[in-house]
Design a protein around this ligand. Structure first.
Ligand code: P53
Length: 474
């Protein structure tokens, strides 16, 4: 089995986790810029109001890995590995510092001109996310984030400006990173601060509706500007939810949990609310406010392809007892411990076969091309004599790529693969630098100290061979 010749190999980063320069050239503050690192970060993510009122010692997004100034040397290294595609995001507050302005910030636009030109120089296709968690903070504090329908208009304006500006430079776009994150970490996903006396589900699903309409409107604008030259994708934090046991109640729960996970993509791909939402909303006491034209816009502008991140599978059980004894520390998505799987240093369970399962299910469900835009291992790396011997990372990726190729052999149409954090960057979940994903080591620590120097890890040469052989040599 061979992958198609034009398979898009590459790596991925996000603006807020890499660029730093958080006030440079007129950039506004994003909601990520008020988040600290370590244990305090988790607390801040789930109690954002408190975080807004707190002064923390260190804000990792403020300097990050300084990609704003190092992009030339970093992209050169990506080119050396043979990248065909480079996924990054545009920082919304670089373009619209507060979010509700009518005119964009020219200096911000110029920066991405330079980044995309640099990619083009090496024949690397940019793959660009419009919103990767870093919504302008002003839209959160003044408008209440995505609970406010006005954000649709601001987002549409932002989308129009960047589609217009980069129509010759960028072909592949993603509207919202991990759009389902809104249900798990509503502050990250939707700039939502939800008080205890609110029906959180009502707030979240209403915000979700606004994002879904905004995503379709952006697709509409993209097609007006550049027709089918643009490919617009949605982006799911995918993690197949297995039943904990073969008990029918567990199986049913897994079906229901998966529906909830796929909800956003069902709408973005098929252009309408799936039939199961009727009951779901009734049970959650959610009543959506729709405006005239919403249904039509969703229907007329579905996405062209389905992109997703994959780190792990999850488990669910209908038996509450199981949750008392078997929970993982895991990530944003609470899960049960799977006795058949090992876990990473951060408790994320490693399941390469789950990637094949996920790909088969996504393709069966949507019949649209898939794109793996995040996958990788966050681990503690040790730099010794200028190199990191990260065999554990190579093993992780090799096993996932094997399963990816199996899935393509199963008949899945796959456009490409971008590993997460191809260069070390700030962790989204913990704000640490110590949780490294890269082929390139960056000498910066959890406190933001270090030379910032780049070093190739062992995996750098390995991935270069993988790309060169189009996945034949793993
Ligand atoms: P970090 C949680 C669960 C799954 C994906 O995450 C997640 C998160 C957020 O922590 O986010 C994606 O850095 C996200 C990236 C992020 C990456 O996964 O916490 O799109 O921004 O860095 C890995 O290890």
């Amino acid at each position: 089995m061979s992958l198609p010749k034009d398979f898009l190999w590459g790596g991925a980063i996000a603006a807020n986790q890499a660029e730093g320069a958080y006030k440079k050239d007129g950039k506004g503050t994003s909601l990520v810029d008020i988040l600290p690192s370590g244990k305090e970060r988790r607390d801040a993510l789930f109690h954002p109001q408190k975080a807004l009122e707190t002064n923390f010692n260190h804000y990792p997004s403020h300097e990050a890995i300084d990609f704003y100034h190092t992009y030339k040397e970093d992209i050169k290294l990506f080119a050396e590995m043979g990248f065909k595609v480079f996924r990054t995001s545009i920082s919304w507050p670089r373009i619209f510092p507060k979010g509700d302005e009518l005119e964009p910030n020219e200096a911000g636009l110029r920066f991405y001109d330079d980044v995309f030109d640099e990619c083009k120089k090496y024949g690397i296709e940019p793959l660009v996310t419009l919103n990767h968690f870093d919504t302008p903070l002003y839209l959160v504090t003044e408008y209440g984030g995505w609970r406010n329908r006005k954000l649709i208009e601001f987002y549409e304006r932002y989308a129009r400006v960047v589609f217009d500006r980069y129509s010759d430079k960028v072909k592949y776009w993603l509207t919202f990173n991990e759009i389902n994150m809104l249900l798990h970490i509503p502050f990250f996903g939707g700039g939502l601060i939800i008080s205890d006396d609110e029906n959180a589900n009502q707030v979240k699903f209403q915000a979700a509706h606004h994002q879904l309409v905004a995503s379709s409107l952006a697709t509409k604008v993209a097609k007006e500007i550049n027709g089918d030259e643009f490919m617009i994708g949605c982006m799911l934090a995918a993690a197949e939810i297995y039943p904990y046991s073969c008990h029918p109640d567990d199986m049913l729960k897994s079906v229901k949990e998966n529906q909830k996970q796929y909800f956003f993509i069902d709408v973005q791909s098929k252009g309408e609310y799936p039939s199961y939402t009727k009951r779901l909303f009734r049970e959650l006491d959610v009543e959506l406010e729709l405006e005239q034209g919403d249904v039509e816009i969703l229907k007329q502008y579905p996405v062209d392809f389905i992109s997703f991140s994959y780190y792990s599978s999850r488990l669910t059980s209908a038996d509450p007892e199981v949750y008392k004894t078997n929970k993982t520390s895991g990530n944003a998505f609470a899960s049960l411990r799977n006795p058949h799987l090992e876990a990473s240093d951060w408790g994320w369970q490693i399941d390469p076969v789950g990637l094949r399962v996920t790909m088969n299910n996504l393709y069966d469900r949507y019949q649209k091309p898939l794109f793996i835009v995040e996958n990788g291992l966050g681990a503690v790396d040790e730099l010794k004599d200028g190199i990191v011997e990260d065999d554990y990372r190579i093993d992780y990726m090799r096993e996932h790529l094997k399963q990816m190729i199996e899935a393509v052999d199963d008949g899945v149409d796959l456009m490409g693969y971008t590993s997460w954090g191809c260069i070390d960057l700030v962790s989204a979940g913990t704000g640490e630098m110590k949780k490294r994903y890269g082929f390139i080591y960056v000498d910066i620590d959890n406190e933001g100290k270090g030379t910032g120097k780049r070093y190739k890890k062992k995996s750098f040469e390995w991935y270069k061979k993988v790309i060169k052989s189009n996945g034949e040599i793993l």
